[in-house]
Design a binder for this molecule. Structure first.
Ligand SMILES: CC(C)(COP(=O)(O)OP(=O)(O)OC[C@H]1O[C@@H](n2cnc3c(N)ncnc32)[C@H](O)[C@@H]1OP(=O)(O)O)[C@@H](O)C(=O)NCCC(=O)NCCS
Length: 176
């Protein structure tokens, strides 16, 4: 469990499945994330969910995002962990709309980046977000990510952003 000023990041658990399913079947969230809308039934989802919890991938580390009061508001992850290249991709979703634009995203990303650079040997964290998702881009910039390119895939246009360990250390030093 990792605690910061607004959020707690903790391991995923079975009780998260109901909210996760609701978020994965929400058309607006799918659109913002350029993700396919989930069409499986809840019982099937629960079965896959249980399997994933029992047999986690070694190339992915997922966390639930909770408020300091213990409310589950979203998820974050680093995945595609490549030990040879020393990098991984970061993902985040605040599924509960009541918690958008209140700094929970930035606190989560800052916390996760801090965790990755402290607990692993990874040197670079990257992400992609839709060109049109200016809120997400602003959130990531606040956390020290910088744009480094564009990607068009499956008809979606993405901004690519990254932060490397040296930049992060420099930012930490500047912030005292
Ligand atoms: C993207 C997301 C993680 C950001 O988290 P958040 O807690 O809402 O973001 P924060 O409050 O930390 O930062 C957002 C910033 O963007 C600003 N903002 C909000 N809407 C904006 C817009 N349309 N244009 C520009 N800036 C905007 C906010 O004012 C805030 O800046 P400020 O702190 O200077 O006021 C979260 O909103 C989310 O998960 N949204 C739904 C799914 C989604 O977008 N998924 C894609 C993720 S890649």
């Amino acid at each position: 469990m990792i605690i910061n000023s607004k959020v707690i990041l903790r391991d995923k658990r079975l009780a998260d499945a109901i909210e996760d399913y609701a978020w994965r079947t929400d058309p607006e969230l799918a659109q913002l994330d350029a993700a396919p809308l989930l069409t499986t039934t809840f019982p099937q989802y629960l079965l896959d969910y249980t399997n994933e919890l029992r047999h986690p991938l070694s190339t992915r580390h997922r966390f639930a995002i909770e408020t300091l009061e213990g409310k589950h508001i979203g998820n974050c992850v680093y995945y595609g962990i490549d030990e040879t290249r020393g990098e991984a991709e970061l993902g985040i979703i605040i599924g509960n709309r009541d918690y958008w634009n209140k700094g929970y995203g930035a606190d989560t990303v800052t916390t996760l980046v801090h965790y990755i650079f402290h607990q692993t040997n990874l040197k670079r964290i990257y992400l992609k977000t839709l060109d049109s998702n200016t809120r997400a881009q602003k959130c990531f910039k606040k956390c020290g990510f910088t744009p480094y390119g564009h990607l068009v895939r499956d008809g979606f246009s993405f901004v690519l952003m990254e932060i490397n360990r040296k930049q992060w250390q420099q930012q930490q030093a500047e912030q005292g």
